[in-house]
Design a protein around this ligand. Structure first.
Ligand code: PFF
Length: 456
């Protein structure tokens, strides 16, 4: 069974794939502006806390289900709880990553456009004002066709990687791009922290302002931690189903979380010092990387245009790679389901899901322009997809997985999977603590988050 579905060749490649899924637009696009809006270092501390105490247990719950069964969400639940309705709940989670992929690939498309722009060396012109950069971005995203072309290209790249399979596609792609991502972001950070005036940005990131930690900041930090680790959508479950049976889940979980967190923090240090150096408001919001940063590149361009062009190219390349390593994991969840359960070929499954995500993505893209007045739950289509998935479906999926492992699976079965039949001594020692978090702490915390999201 494992052989037919494919598997990851080594722990290194498995972690690169999982970390690639985790490290994405969430780390570069969302994290820095959320830090900016919610009190700098204080937000990072809450984020860190939720990652360790909440996200790692959820991550482990998902990977226990995946590795135990070597199946995707629906099949895994059917196998572990035969004859029950759990499998249909698993089936629901197949849709979440596809909805995310639809709007995520719109932003992925924007990053292709900006990467191409950076290659044309157009960011180093110091005469372009912040308003002009915003106007260029605004007219691009509201265009009825241009972002759709890039959305299509972005999705096509995903489809090609996925068609090549777990080893030939996902593994080959992520074992190269994930390490490159780290090199790129460290280079940008080194540049950014050495800019004149960068110190204020560094201080902002290391001095916590606890007065900004309101209830909604707490929720944002937890929600961001979920989103960033790709939890509750079956991505981790599906990737874990490609792990070899003797893999150490604790090790893959901790390394993935560490890489993800490390990357988000480095990205913060790559962006905030530059934002402060250019004298810009840190809470610039979602437009931060496509409006504010191009302006920062152009102000830096006055002294050294060539250097600024290189940084801009590296920066948009980083965003593009980060988006791709995440989006392929979203597509893989649905493809794995169709291949495992519906016995479809990878190519057909990929083509089918490509079509579905393309259509929804087009609607999301048009919701900035011609469809901006079409509202779902009072939001544009793009925002509705984002909120529905990150505030509800991801939390719902996470709750489902921790409940399943904590309350439906037998404790002995969970222990067996977590300790590889008792052979991993360290895992044996920490099992009871991990199990307690999976069974009690994580579900309670997720329910609080879920209800708070409903009430807000
Ligand atoms: N973790 C990704 C990021 O931080 O950008 C986002 C993500 C990937 C969300 C995969 C959901 C998912 F299924």
């Amino acid at each position: 069974m494992v052989k037919e579905r494919g598997n990851f060749n080594s722990r290194f490649t498995a972690i690169m794939a999982m970390a690639g899924s985790a490290i994405g637009l969430g780390n570069i696009w969302r994290f820095p502006y959320m830090v900016g809006q919610n009190g700098g270092a204080a937000f990072i501390l809450v984020y860190l806390f939720s990652a360790v105490f909440l996200c790692i247990p959820i991550f482990l719950a998902e990977s226990i289900i995946g590795k135990r069964t070597h199946l995707s969400t629906f099949g895994a639940m059917e196998k572990l709880a035969p004859g029950t309705r759990w499998k249909w709940l698993g089936f629901l989670t197949v849709f979440t990553p596809l909805i995310i992929l639809s709007y995520y690939s719109v932003v992925g498309g924007w990053s292709i456009e900006y990467f191409l722009k950076s290659l044309s060396l157009s960011f180093s012109d110091p005469a372009v004002s912040m308003e002009e950069h915003s106007a260029v971005f605004g007219s691009f995203i509201t265009s009825p066709w241009k972002p759709i072309v890039f959305h299509t290209i972005f999705l096509l790249v995903n489809a090609v990687v996925i068609i090549f399979g777990v080893r030939g596609g996902i593994e080959r792609f992520t074992k190269l791009t994930t390490p490159v991502l780290f090199i790129l972001i460290v280079l940008i950070m080194l540049y950014s922290v050495n800019l004149p005036g960068a110190k204020a940005g560094i201080d902002y990131l290391i001095h916590p302002d606890f007065s900004k930690i309101t209830g909604s900041a707490l929720l944002s930090a937890m929600g961001q931690a979920f989103f960033s680790l790709s939890l509750g959508v079956g991505c981790i479950l599906t990737y874990a189903s490609y792990l070899k049976s003797d893999e150490n889940l604790m090790a893959t979980g901790i390394f993935t979380a560490l890489f993800d967190l490390g990357f988000a923090i480095i990205a913060g240090f790559a962006i905030m010092p530059a934002v402060f150096a250019a004298g810009i408001e840190p809470g610039a919001g979602p437009g931060l990387i496509f409006e504010t940063l191009p302006f920062i590149f152009s102000t830096m361009g006055a002294d050294a245009p060539w250097l600024c062009d290189i940084v801009a190219i590296l920066f948009f390349l980083t965003i593009l790679f980060a988006a791709l390593t995440s989006s392929i994991s979203m597509l893989e969840v649905g493809v794995a389901y169709l291949v495992d359960q519906r016995k479809m070929s990878r190519t057909r499954a990929t083509a089918l899901l490509f079509a579905g995500c393309w259509v929804l993505g087009v609607l999301c893209s048009l919701s900035f322009g011609p469809l901006k007045d079409v509202h779902v739950f009072g939001m544009t289509i793009f925002d509705a997809c984002d909120h529905l998935t990150s505030d509800f479906l991801m939390t719902f999926g996470s709750l489902l997985f921790v409940f399943f492992v904590g309350w439906k699976m037998k404790k002995a079965e969970v222990r067996d999977e977590f300790t590889n039949g008792g052979s991993l001594r360290f895992n044996k020692r920490v099992f009871d603590v991990v199990y307690f978090f999976i069974r009690y702490v994580a579900p309670a915390a997720i329910i609080v988050i879920f209800i708070s999201n409903l009430l807000m």
